[in-house]
Every structure is written in structure tokens, then in C-alpha cells.
Design a protein around this ligand. Structure first.
Ligand SMILES: [Zn+2]
Length: 285
């Protein structure tokens, strides 16, 4: 009887011991797996409530903070810290392999730049209408159409206000945009002596490709297609992302201006731009 009792006691102790090892082992395996799934913040950054600089910051994550990546949206990553705090950080603050590959407008970040604004009226039509008015209308319509397809769009200005030239490409750099488009309308030294739209690029490579993709879609517009051309404009020259500048017709040529001012031309042209951008995003990576 005594021996039997001792045996049962021993067996019980063993079971407890095994259980403790199992729990400990499981915990260690869990911690190791968690650790291995983590990566390190490369530069001190702010964790935000959503995937963009416009969202509220919740905490600073110093360089070296370990985080686990849950998912990506645009150029942002949703992460969890070791202390279980969740939020969004810019993918460019993590090792390069975490940078999302953008293959659709749903994940694209785009900067749209309405030329001129505020004290800078731009060129004038024959009867004094200002270029800045139409660049904003076109930019806002393109922005609305891109947003409807899920893209994140930043406008260099969303009202009639002055914005410096260098602030426009700086915005594209700050938000790590996938591309940048500036809207303008041409003017000639004398009224009614020129006609047509042109898509300008400065840098070869992706900017040239973007210019061709967009210009190709605009080929059926009712004014002359002057093609995609090299243009030395600061907003596309000083740009760190694929950048183009569209001159959507001659504002001081009555033939072109009747289109520039028409909602129908604006609607068709902005849809063409969206189709061109979509093609660029889906094929250029
Ligand atoms: Zn202009």
C-alpha cells in the first residue's frame, strides 16, 4: 500500500513537472516567434492612427524600437510594439524589404499640383480669365476621380492661395508619393497664335514613361496633341518622384479656351489622365 501511494505521488509530481515545462516551452516558443517576426525602426518616427501624415500622432517610436508588421496600406505599415501598442508608421522608416510594391490605384499616393494661385494668377485669357482658376478646377476633378478609385491624393493647394514653387515637389517628397502631376495652361506672346496641349517630363525613366502613358490617353481630345516633351520646369525638375506637367491648351487662344472653360472638356481630359496614371501604376514597378 505504502509503495503504491509513493508511486502515485511520484507520478503526480512528474505530471506537474511536465505541465510546467510545456507551459514554459510554449511561452518561450511564442516569445521567440514574436521576436523573429519583429523588425526595427530605422529612424525615429511618429506612430499614427491611420496610414498618412494627416492622421493624428499617438507616440514617438525611437530608432531601434522593435515592432511586428501586421499589414500595409499606401506607403504605410500597421505595426505592433512589444508593449502591444498598435498604429501606423511610414514604410520608409523600416528596412527596405518592408517597402510595399504599389500595383494598383487602391494603394497609390499621388500629389496633384494646381499651377499658380493667390497673388500669382498665371496667364490670362483674351477676356482676362485667369489660369489659376482652371488649374484648380482640373486638379480638383482629377483628385476626386483618383480618390474614387481608392488612391490617396494630396493637392499642393485646394483653394485660391499662393504656394511657392519649391513647396510643390517638397510635398511629393514628404509623403513619398508614387507620382506627381502639375496642371497648367499655355499662353503665347500674342493672342490666338498657338494651339494644343503638351505633356512635359524633365527626368527620363519613370517620368518620361508617365508622360507617355498620360499623353497617349489624351490623344482624342478636340485640341491638337503636341505630344510628350522635355520641359525644364522647377516643379518637375526638382522632383524626387515620377513627375509630369500638363499644359492643357493655350488659354489666350479663343479656340483652345472654349474647351479649357468647358466642363465637358475638363471631364474628358481628367478621365484620360486617370486612365494614364492607372496604366503607369499597374505596369511601372
Ligand atoms: Zn502656368
Amino acid at each position: 500500500m505504502q509503495t503504491n501511494h509513493q508511486h502515485r505521488q511520484l507520478r503526480g509530481d512528474l505530471l506537474v513537472l511536465i505541465a510546467v515545462f510545456c507551459v514554459l516551452g510554449g511561452y518561450l516558443a511564442y516569445r521567440t516567434k514574436t521576436y523573429l517576426n519583429q523588425t526595427t525602426i530605422q529612424q525615429t518616427t511618429t506612430m499614427r492612427t491611420g496610414p498618412g501624415i494627416e492622421y493624428r500622432g499617438t507616440m514617438e517610436l525611437p530608432k531601434g524600437t522593435r515592432v511586428a508588421v501586421i499589414r500595409s496600406k499606401y506607403e504605410w505599415l500597421k505595426v505592433t510594439t512589444s508593449a502591444n501598442q498598435q498604429g501606423w508608421v511610414p514604410a520608409w522608416k523600416l528596412p527596405a524589404k518592408y517597402r510595399p510594391v504599389i500595383r494598383s490605384l487602391k494603394n497609390a499616393t499621388i500629389v496633384i499640383d494646381p499651377g499658380h494661385g493667390g497673388s500669382d494668377s498665371g496667364a490670362l485669357a483674351v477676356h482676362g480669365q485667369m489660369e489659376k482658376t482652371y488649374t484648380l478646377k482640373f486638379a480638383q476633378m482629377v483628385a476626386a476621380k483618383l480618390r474614387a478609385k481608392g488612391a490617396k491624393v494630396y493637392l499642393a493647394r485646394d483653394s485660391d492661395r499662393f504656394v511657392s514653387l519649391k513647396a510643390r515637389p517638397a510635398l511629393a517628397k514628404r509623403v513619398h508619393a508614387n507620382l506627381f502631376i502639375s496642371f497648367h495652361f499655355d499662353s503665347s506672346p500674342d493672342e490666338n497664335e498657338a494651339s494644343g496641349f503638351t505633356t512635359y517630363y524633365y527626368h527620363r525613366g519613370p517620368s518620361l514613361q508617365l508622360a507617355q502613358d498620360v499623353n497617349h490617353q489624351m490623344r482624342h481630345l478636340p485640341i491638337t496633341d503636341k505630344g510628350s516633351r522635355f520641359g525644364n520646369f522647377l516643379v518637375i525638375r526638382n522632383n524626387t518622384v515620377p513627375a509630369i506637367l500638363i499644359e492643357g491648351g493655350y488659354i489666350n487662344t479663343s479656340h483652345d479656351f472654349q474647351y479649357i472653360r468647358s466642363p465637358r472638356y475638363r471631364n474628358v481630359m481628367t478621365s484620360d489622365v486617370v486612365t494614364g496614371v492607372q496604366h503607369f501604376i499597374e505596369t511601372n514597378h
